[in-house]
Design a protein around this ligand. Structure first.
Ligand code: HSE
Length: 434
């Protein structure tokens, strides 16, 4: 049986979802255990639908047509807003169709009626993309941490405000300019006051707090402060105190109730949340059996959010097809993957050489490196230690192929001036300054 997907909304996230579904159809169908196809796309205007119509996908400007389409088994709501999506999701669920959405505002406001409706109709209502974009925090709270009471959680869950605060701290950029950049990068909400006044974060925190505490948290009753009052003076003041300013979502589950809040905080620079820069998001949680954990990733933007939507679609398709979201891993027993040769790995390297302290040694080593096309970034020669054999020389290279580097090291180690085998370490710099 093939599973038909109906997409409502072709904006930033909707078009990302369509791009993924139409280009990765085979691998996604394999994960779902059944063929997936985009059965229909709905948007307000014909011109928004044109690229998808050109691919042969049935399109409509009437959401009702999509909801009525018997080929649509999973309705993917990506239009945003509170009330219209609520009506569409209600209709889909009442017809027994499962729903995947990224709409945190709708769920924070109407989740109290929509989740019971889904259960009543035997349908799924999935929302991984609504909180933290590509970070699988909803799955973590629903599944991975099920053996724990997560009574404490702190998060950076609005990429736009984190981007603004980071730019103010690192580059001395003004608030308005930083907001403009976040908007241009596609992180901000249609109404950016949702981002800078903490409302978007509050929607997400209400959903997480609900999962942590096991009772619905109403975001309208939460204490919510944004970052619009933060000035360069506050950022400088925080710096003087060894802190950064972050818009934090905070959840503490008490026996008497749930403390769920969003407001700016001074965070000591040594705290893992202080290292979450730019539009990145992170959720730091403390489980009763797991201890502290931090999930970190892209919380906004077209493809990270679209990717979470598609993951939910695949899960729901698996449930509709074989009553299980667990991806089929029987192919594990099949063909083995060829391992990439480490000699072709490229990167900067640290070398520690132990060589005789004589004229001409440095020139000989430099010649070996130069002949192998290895460029030196830094070179430090430590002072000779009385009694020790030779001197220590530390070399950092620019990016080099490991195979070429190891050949050069073999030649250096064969020089009569080298008194001990050279130590080679790799730098790991991926993700720095994300
Ligand atoms: N406006 C949101 C943010 C997008 O900046 O994090 C993701 O929900």
């Amino acid at each position: 049986m093939s599973i038909g997907i109906g997409i409502i909304g072709t904006g930033t996230v909707g078009s990302g979802v369509l791009e993924i579904l139409t280009t990765r159809t085979e691998s996604l169908s394999r994960a779902a255990g059944t063929p997936l196809k985009v059965a229909r796309v709905a948007a307000r205007f014909e011109h928004e639908l044109a690229p998808w119509k050109a691919l042969g996908i049935p399109v409509t400007t009437e959401v009702a047509t999509l909801l009525d389409d018997p080929e649509v088994h999973i309705v993917v709501e990506l239009a945003g807003g509170y009330d219209l999506p609520r009506a569409w999701v209600t209709q889909a669920l009442e017809r027994g169709k499962s729903v995947v959405t990224a709409n945190k505002a709708m769920l924070a406001k109407h989740g109290g009626e929509l989740f019971p409706l889904a259960a009543k109709n035997g349908a799924e209502l999935r929302f991984e993309a609504a909180v933290g974009g590509a970070i699988p925090i909803i799955r973590a709270l629903r599944e991975a941490f099920i053996a724990s009471d997560v009574n404490s959680l702190a998060c950076i869950i609005n990429g736009t405000s984190n981007y603004i605060l980071t730019r103010m701290f690192q580059d001395g950029m003004g608030f308005e300019q930083a907001l403009k950049e976040a908007q241009a990068a596609g992180y901000a909400e249609a109404d950016p006051t949702f981002d800078v006044e903490g409302i978007d974060a509050a929607h997400k925190v209400a959903l997480m707090a609900t999962l942590c505490g096991g009772r619905r948290v109403d975001f309208e009753k939460m204490r919510v402060e944004g970052i619009s009052q933060i000035t360069a003076a506050d950022v400088a003041g925080a710096k003087e105190l060894g802190c950064v300013i972050r818009l934090l979502g905070l959840v503490e589950v008490h026996p008497t109730g749930v403390d769920a809040r969003v407001h700016p905080c001074l965070v000591p620079q040594a705290h893992p949340l202080a290292g979450v820069n730019g539009a990145m998001n992170a959720v730091f949680l403390d489980g009763s059996t797991t201890g502290p954990s931090m999930l970190y990733g892209k919380g906004a933007g077209k493809m990270p959010t679209a990717s979470a939507v598609v993951a939910d679609i695949v899960d729901v398709a698996g449930i509709l097809h074989r009553k299980s979201p667990v991806h089929d891993l029987s192919w594990f027993g099949g063909e083995e993957a060829p391992l990439f040769p480490t000699s072709d790995v490229e990167g900067p390297y640290y070398l520690r050489l132990q060589v005789g302290d004589k004229p001409g040694v440095l020139a000989r080593i430099a010649k070996v490196l130069g002949d192998s096309g290895i460029s030196v970034s830094r070179l430090i020669q430590h002072e000779a230690i009385p009694g020790a054999e030779g001197v220590t020389m530390v070399v950092d290279t620019h990016v080099v192929r490991e195979g070429a580097l190891l050949e050069a090291i073999a030649r250096i180690d064969a020089l009569p001036e080298t008194v001990a085998p050279t130590v080679v370490l790799r730098f790991y710099e991926k993700g720095v300054g994300a």
